[in-house]
Design a protein around this ligand. Structure first.
Ligand SMILES: [Fe+2]
Ligand SMILES: [Fe+2]
Length: 278
């Protein structure tokens, strides 16, 4: 299988001493030879294009784009990518265009996609499916995480509008990315609202290969100490303690708990950091 270089383009924190800019958001680039793709687009065009430029690349060279879910901190740079790379194949869940809201101080504020489905359909080659889709050779969306026996990565502030009012966001659109190599699979999470353990169980069931690495935002910000200990036990007993490259919405307490449990297998993954998968 071809070598794949995974680089964090946008994240809340940046590699020390680098010229990368940080913001609350997430974007990864995966490069395979001369081909590259993006997973999420950060929160803003400004940060995405600045950081992407530091990699010596521009969106015109993109072969594909995947969106993990609708939230603004993952889709905010979308317009700039689609303007520079019209007709790029764009992969996402069919529910991604549903408006999303955050309830703060009694006010529902929009936190979903800035572009409508019609806008995106005009600009991109749109592939919407709740099933896993192969984006590039050996790189797949997970598809919808439909079985959720474990805790989800929820925020009590997140809502969708329904006929008779408001409903907690079911996060049906939340998907992760799976990168295959000869030893197993790497799961790259956006915000992991479907829940880290639910996402891993889905990936293990569908791809039938060992999960050897987990990257990205794991949404453990609000996890209690007991919940973190449960996650640690499952990672150790079910998945053989995969390498963890954590960022975005993982949370400091979760990072410390996982580091205490797994030592050198736990890494931060700020903007500017890269990982080569052979
Ligand atoms: Fe999110
Ligand atoms: Fe996020």
């Amino acid at each position: 299988m071809a070598e794949k270089l995974i680089t964090c383009v946008v994240n809340n924190s940046v590699k020390q001493g680098s010229k990368f800019w940080g913001e609350h958001g997430l974007s990864f680039r995966i490069k395979m030879g001369d081909t590259c793709m993006l997973f999420d687009t950060g929160q803003s065009e400004t940060v995405l294009l600045h950081n992407y430029g530091l990699l010596g690349a521009c969106p015109r060279s993109l072969a594909a784009l995947v969106l993990s879910h609708a939230h603004y901190d993952h889709t905010g740079g979308l317009q700039s990518v689609l303007t520079q790379k019209p007709d790029v194949p764009l992969f996402a869940h069919p529910d991604i265009f549903r408006p999303r809201f955050s309830l703060r101080d009694g006010e529902y504020r929009s936190i979903g996609m800035a572009l409508s489905q019609n806008d995106v359909s005009r600009l991109a080659n749109l592939h919407l499916s709740a099933e896993p889709m192969e984006v590039l050779p050996g790189i797949w969306t997970t598809g919808e995480i439909s079985v959720r026996n474990e805790k989800e990565g929820r925020s009590k502030h997140h809502f969708i509008a329904v006929d008779n009012g408001w409903q907690a966001d079911p996060y049906r659109d939340d998907m992760s990315l799976v990168v295959e190599d000869s030893a197993g699979i790497t799961v790259i999470c956006g915000c992991c609202h479907a829940g880290l353990l639910n996402t891993l169980a889905h990936a293990a069931r569908h791809f039938k290969k060992p999960i050897i690495r987990i990257l990205g935002g794991t949404h453990l910000l609000n996890a209690t100490p007991d919940e973190l200990q449960h996650i640690i036990a499952v990672l150790r007993d079910e998945y053989g303690s995969p390498e963890l490259y954590l960022n975005h919405c993982t949370g400091d307490a979760a990072f410390v708990a996982l580091s205490n449990a797994f030592g050198e297998k736990v890494h931060t993954f700020p903007a500017g950091a890269s990982l080569l998968i052979e």
